[in-house]
Ligand binder design. Structure first.
Ligand code: NAI
Ligand code: MG
Length: 363
């Protein structure tokens, strides 16, 4: 099958790191390992400069038609004063909303060669490979009422509403179980059923989905605060952690610091499954932004972007061996001692974006 891939490089270092992924995509194609139909479009400041909006309707149509979208990064000081509706981030927000990307997936992978850059001791993180599945479109960030009310005595009261429906929990649980089957087959569901009704429902629905359709996957329940503690105590006990929007925000930042640099972290956002084909809308992007401070200098670390493409291979295209091969190539390139500036020791020699990309390609 030919896989339809839409590339949205965006701004700053976005196009630089995307360029390295394009080399790798072409290599897979040339080797006959997989066949890709590639389209490209503008997003963010680049799109605004071209036609006055952060993403065009035509680009949105392409995103809807693609099997996967690869997104670089958007934004930068050049667009500080553009109208609010056309600010670069609006392009990403529209993609998330229109593609219905409710599941945010952030792996925390610790390459042995970089284990000393972690906030934890080497033996705790060396070889770490866990994934946090965060519900992205519900929960306390969106629930109504959401307001600050002035009371009769002049004091104020702030209200946020943690709100989850059975359907929202059911679909994120399925994403987590499906991912676990492509990995080490274990899901840890984090909530606080001891103090929150949403936690009670969360646990109940996840348990039900497990029993009905995923009994082959190991499931454990963990209180979210304990999960945070376990992540910095013994992170390798986890495979897939599934949790709500708020807890996921915090737990994924904790997990990020287990691995070292921002330039190393990939992510995926998945939408609903098409009932006819089983396919999902999906967008893959590095966690980092457009890094205006180093843009245009060929210094950016392309590994987060390359890792995002590896996730697309694994989760959108089902090319598990190709994904393993690419991740192994990154591991080997790092093991050979190559470092971009962001992951090099102070004073040590560093290579540029293209050299790192070429080294991964060679491996
Ligand atoms: P940033 O992630 O762009 O940069 C933070 C620091 O990390 C900088 O010193 C940068 O040089 C470094 N860095 C980031 N990625 C790197 C890489 N691949 N290789 C080497 N070093 C890297 O975050 P910042 O500075 O807060 O935001 C810069 C711009 O990016 C802003 O306009 C912001 O709105 C935007 N942004 C966009 C995101 C997106 O497109 N999803 C996410 C975060 C920020
Ligand atoms: Mg956060």
């Amino acid at each position: 099958a030919t896989h339809k891939l839409l590339l949205l490089p965006g701004d700053g270092i976005g196009p630089e790191v995307m360029g390295e992924v394009e080399k790798i995509v072409r290599w897979f194609d040339t080797q006959g390992i997989a066949s890709f139909a590639i389209e490209r479009d503008l997003v963010g400041g680049a799109a605004y400069d071209d036609h006055g909006e952060a993403i065009s309707n035509a680009a949105m149509d392409r995103a809807q038609a693609a099997d996967a979208v690869l997104f670089g990064a958007v934004g930068g000081p050049k667009w500080a004063d553009v109208p609010y509706r056309a600010r670069p981030e609006a392009g990403l927000l529209r993609l998330r909303k229109d593609l219905g990307l409710f599941a945010n997936i952030r792996p925390a992978i610790c390459y042995p060669a970089l284990a000393d850059a972690s906030s934890l001791k080497r033996e705790l993180v060396e070889g770490l490979d866990i994934v946090i599945v965060r519900e992205l479109t519900g929960g306390v960030y969106f629930g109504e009422p959401k307001e600050i009310v002035t009371l009769e005595d002049g004091s104020q009261r702030a209200v946020d509403t943690q709100l989850y429906t059975t359907g929202e929990i059911d679909r994120i649980a399925r994403v987590a179980f499906d991912l676990a089957r492509k990995r080490r087959n274990k899901v840890s569901s984090a909530e606080k059923n001891n103090v929150m009704k949403s936690g009670v429902l969360w646990k109940q629905v996840v348990t039900g989905v497990h029993k009905a359709d995923y009994a082959d996957v190991e499931l454990e329940h963990v209180l979210a605060d304990n999960c945070a503690m376990q992540l910095v105590r013994r992170p390798k006990q986890y495979d897939v952690i599934v949790t709500d929007n708020l807890f996921g925000d915090i737990l994924s930042d904790v997990a990020a610091m287990l691995t070292g640099s921002l330039g190393m972290l990939p992510s995926a956002s998945l939408g609903a499954e098409d009932p006819a084909t089983g396919a999902r809308k999906a967008l893959y992007e590095p966690v980092h932004g457009s890094a205006p401070d180093i843009a245009g200098q060929g210094l950016a670390n392309p590994i987060a972007m390359i890792g995002s493409f590896a996730m697309a291979l694994r989760y959108s295209f089902g090319l598990i061996e190709a994904a393993d091969m690419l991740e192994r190539a990154v591991t080997n390139a790092l093991a050979s001692g190559l470092r971009t500036r962001d992951i090099a020791a102070t004073g040590a020699n560093a290579v540029g974006t293209a050299e790192m990309g070429d080294a991964v390609l060679k491996e």
